[in-house]
Ligand binder design. Structure first.
Ligand SMILES: [Zn+2]
Length: 116
Protein backbone atom coordinates (compact mmCIF):
# COMPACT_ATOMS: atom_id res chain seq x y z
CA UNK A 1 0.00 0.00 0.00
CA UNK A 2 1.10 3.53 -0.71
CA UNK A 3 0.13 6.65 1.22
CA UNK A 4 -1.08 9.11 -1.42
CA UNK A 5 -1.42 12.03 1.01
CA UNK A 6 -0.16 11.81 4.62
CA UNK A 7 -2.78 11.86 7.38
CA UNK A 8 -3.01 14.43 10.15
CA UNK A 9 -0.84 12.33 12.46
CA UNK A 10 2.16 12.96 10.23
CA UNK A 11 4.42 16.00 10.56
CA UNK A 12 4.75 16.15 6.76
CA UNK A 13 0.98 16.49 6.25
CA UNK A 14 0.05 19.10 3.67
CA UNK A 15 -3.06 20.21 1.86
CA UNK A 16 -3.66 22.50 -1.08
CA UNK A 17 -5.98 25.50 -0.76
CA UNK A 18 -6.91 28.43 -2.95
CA UNK A 19 -6.76 31.83 -1.30
CA UNK A 20 -10.36 32.98 -1.24
CA UNK A 21 -11.16 34.51 2.08
CA UNK A 22 -14.20 36.06 3.68
CA UNK A 23 -15.96 38.72 1.60
CA UNK A 24 -14.11 37.40 -1.49
CA UNK A 25 -11.02 39.24 -0.37
CA UNK A 26 -8.59 36.47 -1.33
CA UNK A 27 -6.03 36.87 -4.11
CA UNK A 28 -6.59 33.47 -5.76
CA UNK A 29 -3.11 32.10 -5.01
CA UNK A 30 -2.90 28.31 -4.74
CA UNK A 31 -1.11 27.44 -1.49
CA UNK A 32 0.43 24.29 -0.06
CA UNK A 33 -0.40 24.43 3.62
CA UNK A 34 1.40 22.38 6.29
CA UNK A 35 0.81 21.92 10.00
CA UNK A 36 3.21 24.72 10.96
CA UNK A 37 1.06 27.17 8.94
CA UNK A 38 -2.11 26.50 10.94
CA UNK A 39 -3.53 28.28 13.96
CA UNK A 40 -6.93 28.33 15.66
CA UNK A 41 -9.62 30.96 15.91
CA UNK A 42 -12.77 30.96 18.01
CA UNK A 43 -15.94 31.89 16.19
CA UNK A 44 -19.47 32.55 17.28
CA UNK A 45 -22.02 31.90 14.55
CA UNK A 46 -25.48 30.39 14.09
CA UNK A 47 -24.21 27.00 15.24
CA UNK A 48 -22.83 28.50 18.48
CA UNK A 49 -19.20 28.83 19.52
CA UNK A 50 -16.62 26.75 17.72
CA UNK A 51 -12.89 26.62 17.15
CA UNK A 52 -11.59 26.30 13.62
CA UNK A 53 -8.22 26.03 11.91
CA UNK A 54 -6.92 28.86 9.75
CA UNK A 55 -3.85 29.93 7.84
CA UNK A 56 -2.89 33.30 6.40
CA UNK A 57 -2.05 33.73 2.71
CA UNK A 58 1.60 34.85 2.44
CA UNK A 59 0.79 36.67 -0.81
CA UNK A 60 -2.00 38.93 0.47
CA UNK A 61 -2.53 38.34 4.20
CA UNK A 62 -6.08 36.97 3.84
CA UNK A 63 -7.11 34.56 6.59
CA UNK A 64 -8.30 31.23 5.16
CA UNK A 65 -10.29 28.60 7.07
CA UNK A 66 -8.92 25.09 6.57
CA UNK A 67 -11.54 22.34 6.64
CA UNK A 68 -11.07 18.67 7.41
CA UNK A 69 -8.71 19.11 10.35
CA UNK A 70 -11.30 19.21 13.16
CA UNK A 71 -9.75 16.26 15.00
CA UNK A 72 -6.48 18.13 15.11
CA UNK A 73 -7.61 21.61 16.14
CA UNK A 74 -6.79 21.25 19.86
CA UNK A 75 -3.09 20.70 19.07
CA UNK A 76 -2.71 23.96 17.11
CA UNK A 77 -1.45 27.31 18.45
CA UNK A 78 -3.77 30.26 18.80
CA UNK A 79 -3.56 33.07 16.23
CA UNK A 80 -1.61 35.22 18.73
CA UNK A 81 0.87 32.40 19.45
CA UNK A 82 1.35 31.69 15.74
CA UNK A 83 1.89 35.38 14.90
CA UNK A 84 4.40 35.74 17.76
CA UNK A 85 6.34 32.74 16.40
CA UNK A 86 6.30 34.01 12.79
CA UNK A 87 7.06 37.76 12.93
CA UNK A 88 8.72 37.88 9.47
CA UNK A 89 5.75 36.20 7.79
CA UNK A 90 3.31 38.48 9.58
CA UNK A 91 5.27 41.57 8.51
CA UNK A 92 5.34 40.49 4.84
CA UNK A 93 1.62 39.62 4.91
CA UNK A 94 0.77 43.01 6.39
CA UNK A 95 2.84 44.72 3.72
CA UNK A 96 1.11 42.71 0.95
CA UNK A 97 -2.32 43.32 2.49
CA UNK A 98 -1.59 47.05 2.68
CA UNK A 99 -0.56 47.14 -0.98
CA UNK A 100 -3.77 45.36 -2.02
CA UNK A 101 -5.89 47.70 0.12
CA UNK A 102 -4.14 50.67 -1.50
CA UNK A 103 -4.91 49.23 -4.97
CA UNK A 104 -8.58 48.79 -3.99
CA UNK A 105 -8.76 52.35 -2.63
CA UNK A 106 -7.19 53.71 -5.82
CA UNK A 107 -9.68 51.73 -7.93
CA UNK A 108 -12.56 52.98 -5.78
CA UNK A 109 -11.39 56.56 -6.21
CA UNK A 110 -11.16 56.08 -9.98
CA UNK A 111 -14.28 54.00 -10.67
CA UNK A 112 -16.44 54.46 -7.59
CA UNK A 113 -17.88 51.79 -5.29
CA UNK A 114 -18.85 48.60 -7.08
CA UNK A 115 -20.69 45.44 -6.09
CA UNK A 116 -19.25 42.08 -7.08
ZN1 LIG B 1 -3.99 35.58 -1.00
Amino acid sequence: MKIVRPGLNRPDWTTEVTCKGDWNSGCGAVLEVGLSDLYTQHKHDIGGARTSAHCACPACGTRIEIHGVTAFVTTLPTCEEWEAANPDLVASMEKAGGEIRAMREAAKAKYGEREY
